[in-house]
Design a protein around this ligand. Structure first.
Ligand SMILES: Cc1cc2nc3c(=O)[nH]c(=O)nc-3n(C[C@H](O)[C@H](O)[C@H](O)COP(=O)(O)OP(=O)(O)OC[C@H]3O[C@@H](n4cnc5c(N)ncnc54)[C@H](O)[C@@H]3O)c2cc1C
Length: 389
């Protein structure tokens, strides 16, 4: 399996310390050795490569930027570089790790009781348990504040009713972090697989994120004990705090997909000859596309790096992360489209990763806040005027 050489136009690596370079190398090698040989078949057969879960746990990828409970306690640049390398392999694998770490471990870590942390974080960190995050509903995607799922207190239990959909890892999960409306506002609950009244069914027919499990979750009189409520998750802002963590990882991850498309197209353009045995890379129109891609990838790297350092310093705002997610997803998608073009007919083949990345990135543009929603968050940040309604 060919080794990925990295993409570094502007000496980006000079910004990274030894530890950060070592973490990236570990993730890069894992993707080259373990994911690349299986991803084509996994995507084609719409299966998630579950056999990689335990190994990712051993490598410390789950909840890598959290402290304690067996977590690796990495800084946010190290965490971001792991996401970048994983998504260079496939957005589905990065999504698995994002959900496990940012949307399941983070809320337990930030809002859970000590008992919840002790019980779940070591299991989720090692990959012995899998988690999912249920916020979206059939009628409420961009506007989760209007959700219909309810949790009512009956004695010592909370009883959940409703439906969540488009849930990554849904049917794989041992524990679901579920957001529901209560008489005191929105709250988060831990719902374990096998709880009576709770079931998950997979969504089939996806042309994007095929190597990722996506499910609907159904709650019909599903009673969970009082101690399964996340005690410090009060209101929608708790769920949004989780989304900020995941969006940050996406902002890094998509750089990997863009790099893979760019490197594939650059290599192809140097080898492919048309018109008088000249490599197509020697034509100005082709170089213009490569120049655009490398410029945007470099800007995306610098944006991600800066937001990570701000996050490490406790200064990253949700609106900063919106800019990172929106910009980097948009340029990654455009890199995929331009790269596909440069490969001509070959660009549509699964022998190359480009079309797979392109299809995946359509999901990444939509989930964790659509491009429009992040535009509105940035718009509100610079004008002070919310324009969502
Ligand atoms: C593969 C996949 C995995 C996912 N995983 C998860 C998960 O694990 N957990 C989870 O909870 N959710 C998950 N989601 C759901 C995802 O977060 C939602 O799809 C997303 O929030 C958008 O919601 P929607 O699809 O209902 O689109 P809608 O909200 O209906 O939006 C449709 C269009 O309208 C636009 N729009 C909506 N409101 C406005 C507005 N005010 N101004 C301008 N434009 C607007 C949107 O930008 C978009 O273009 C996943 C989705 C996919 C596809």
């Amino acid at each position: 399996m060919a080794r990925f050489p990295g993409v570094d136009y502007l000496q980006f690596d000079s910004l990274l310390n030894e530890q950060e370079l070592m973490v990236r190398q570990t993730a890069r090698q894992f993707v080259d050795d373990r994911l690349m040989p299986v991803i084509r078949e996994a995507f084609n057969s719409a299966t998630f490569p579950k056999e990689l879960i335990a190994e990712m746990g051993r490598l410390g990828f789950f909840g890598a930027n959290l402290e304690g409970y067996g977590c690796a306690g990495m800084n946010n640049v190290e965490y971001g570089l792991i996401m970048q390398e994983l998504e260079r392999g496939d957005s589905g694998l990065r999504s698995f790790v994002s959900v496990q770490g940012a949307l399941v471990m983070y809320p337990i870590h930030a809002f859970g009781s000590e008992e919840q942390k002790q019980r779940w974080l070591p299991l989720l960190q090692s990959g012995e348990a899998v988690g999912c995050f249920g916020l979206t509903e059939p009628d409420f995607g961009s506007n989760p504040s209007a959700m219909r799922t309810t949790a009512e207190k009956h004695g010592d239990a909370w009883v959940l009713n409703g439906e969540k959909t488009w849930i990554t890892n849904g049917s794989l999960a041992d524990v679901a972090v579920v957001w529901a409306r209560t008489s005191e506002g929105m709250r988060g609950f831990l719902v374990e697989k096998g709880t009576p009244g709770f079931s998950a069914s997979d969504i089939h027919g996806k042309l994007s994120m095929r190597a990722s499990v996506t499910s609907s979750l159904h709650f019909a009189g599903c009673a969970v004990p009082e101690e399964n409520q996340l005690p410090c998750a009060k209101g929608l802002k708790a769920a949004l705090a989780c989304l900020s963590q995941a969006r940050f990882g996406i902002g890094w991850g998509v750089i990997g997909a863009a790099m893979d498309c760019y490197e594939t197209a650059r290599g192809y353009a140097l080898a492919r000859k048309q018109f008088d045995e000249k490599p197509i890379a020697g034509h100005q129109l082709v170089q213009e596309k490569l120049a655009w891609m490398i410029t945007e990838i470099t800007k995306a790297q610098l944006l991600a790096f800066h937001v990570a350092r701000l996050k490490d310093a406790g200064k990253a705002e949700a609106a900063h992360i919106s800019m990172l997610k929106r910009n980097n997803v948009a340029i990654a998608l455009e890199c995929a489209r331009l790269s596909r073009d440069l490969l001509g007919a070959n660009g549509i083949m699964d022998e190359y990763p480009i079309m797979r990345h392109m299809c995946n990135l359509e999901t990444v543009k939509t989930y964790e806040g659509t491009d429009h929603i992040h535009t509105l968050i940035i718009g509100e940040r610079v004008t002070g005027i919310p324009a969502y309604r």
